[in-house]
Write a new protein. Structure first.
Length: 383
């Protein structure tokens, strides 16, 4: 079997990449380890930027999402310290800065779009299939994989490695331990969110409250021992701990559901390409959740790769060099921005806390700088 493009990993970024390449006129094979079409229930909140909405709209995915809660205002502050800044969709001249969905909702919408593309004939999906090796020559990649029935192989002009499979492509990955755990939950408050998201920096890590439905999706980054306490606490105990950390701005917290915890690390592939393979999404970079940049950066990876293939063709010898150059500024900008925020705000050193407060205040009073930050977070940067 020979295809123009093989996509390894059918998570959100891998599925989006397969749809982009199919729309570019390529024959595509999507190789996915999951047996089921729709992922298991996963309530982790995802913050999609307005730029990501545009990408998903072009592939017909957005209308399949059902309900996505728009974010029209973002309030950023640091706990028990002065200084804050506010970003608004009105100032950015956009309908919303972003949208909040849960992981399984986005996965189901992308699976439906992939099934529709498969019915059109140019995209084939192999599920319950694991890649065992990838070998490259100057013209194609040779991919070997195990299906539920047998061992098989195929050749592809370009391989798109998504969803954490960097090692399969032979790319070294650098891992940075943050020593933090993200606790996610759904919470409700007496006051309506009015489509405002809150990002509050604490010495242990950032706390984000994202408007979702009638309540909030919480992402609370903290030290692992405290995260364990939060996950084992009663709902009332959790709500009180959250009120103590966040404050009474929302009138307290009346209901807590869907708690989960995830250890946080930064994973960076040393190179975004190898042989005939291009890395996208978590295979290229898995980021800290602060500022919600990881998935949005991955969707831009998929979009920019398809754009480069439209210009050059999947077999062009210079394709992957051009893709790497095209993604350099956006990729390292996103990595540096999120990593820098964690290092700058996850401490309580008084001189730095004062400097942070001054910085937030200055940013809030300098519209050109706010506009630059908003545009960079929503649309990324072109290489």
């Amino acid at each position: 079997m020979h295809v123009d493009a093989a996509v390894i990993g059918g998570g959100p970024v891998g599925a989006a990449a397969a749809l982009e390449l199919e729309a570019a006129g390529l024959s595509v094979l999507l190789i996915e380890a999951r047996d089921a079409l729709t992922p298991a229930r996963d309530a982790r909140p995802l913050a999609l930027s307005h730029g990501s909405r545009l990408i998903l709209e072009r592939r017909g995915v957005w209308d399949l999402l059902g309900s996505a809660t728009p974010v029209t205002r973002v309030h950023i502050s640091q706990r028990a310290r002065f200084g804050r800044t506010v970003f608004t969709a009105h100032d950015a001249q956009l309908p919303a800065l972003g949208y909040v969905v849960d992981y399984s909702m986005l996965g189901a919408a992308l699976d439906s779009a992939v099934a529709a593309a498969q019915a059109r004939g140019a995209l084939r999906t192999l599920r319950g299939t694991r890649v065992t090796s990838i070998a490259h020559d100057s013209a194609a990649a040779h991919i070997q994989f195990d299906t539920p029935a047998s061992a098989e192989d195929c050749f592809a002009s370009v391989v798109v490695v998504a969803d954490g499979n960097a090692e399969a492509a032979g790319v070294d990955v650098r891992v940075v331990e943050y020593g933090q755990t993200a606790v996610s939950a759904r919470v409700e408050t007496p006051l309506h969110h009015d489509h405002t998201a809150y990002e509050r920096f604490t010495p242990d890590g950032p706390l984000a409250l994202l408007p979702y439905g009638s309540g909030y999706a919480l992402v609370w980054v903290t030290a692992p021992p405290f995260a364990e306490q939060l996950c084992s606490a009663t709902a009332d105990e959790f709500a009180e701990a959250l009120r103590e950390c966040f404050g009474d701005r929302l009138g307290g917290f009346t209901r807590v559901t869907s708690r989960a915890a995830h250890r946080l690390v930064l994973r960076i592939a040393e190179h975004p390409t190898a042989g005939r393979a291009a890395l996208v999404g978590n295979s290229a970079q898995a980021l800290h959740p602060v500022a919600g940049q990881g998935l949005n950066l991955g969707l831009r990876d998929a979009w920019e790769l398809a754009t480069e293939i439209r210009k050059r063709g999947a077999g062009d010898a210079a394709l992957l060099r051009a893709y790497a150059a095209r993604r350099r500024i956006d990729r390292f900008g996103g990595i540096g921005f999120t990593h820098g925020l964690v290092k700058m705000f996850s401490n309580d050193w008084p001189p730095l806390a004062i400097a942070r407060g001054i910085g937030l205040k200055l940013l809030d009073n300098f519209p050109p700088a706010k506009d630059f930050v908003v545009r960079r977070m929503i649309f990324g940067a072109r290489g």
